[in-house]
Ligand binder design. Structure first.
Ligand code: SF4
Length: 84
């Protein structure tokens, strides 16, 4: 599992989240991700974070304000858009 602390990109330094509260960004099945998403939506690097997760196909956690399921839907929609 990749966490923000593992990311070499400079954008990580502007992250609104804190590695010490990483559990918030990896909610257990059935628990709410609302608190993490709220922080993400006020984060200066939300777009960079989401792009990073999409590029790496991150399977777990909230990245850029999106859950794994939301990222999967975004990738599927993007794939549909490029399919002739
Ligand atoms: S968008 Fe969310 S997970 Fe990504 S760096 Fe910002 S607060 Fe952290």
């Amino acid at each position: 599992m990749t966490t923000l602390a593992d990311i070499p990109g400079p954008w990580r330094l502007d992250a609104a989240c804190n590695p010490l509260t990483a559990d918030t960004y990896y909610p257990h099945k059935g628990s709410s991700s609302a608190a993490a998403k709220e922080v993400c939506h006020h984060c200066y690097v939300e777009g960079e974070c989401l792009a990073y997760a999409l590029e790496r196909n991150e399977k777990v956690g909230i990245w850029g304000g999106k859950s794994r399921q939301e990222r999967r839907a975004m990738r599927a929609k993007a794939a549909e858009a490029v399919t002739p």
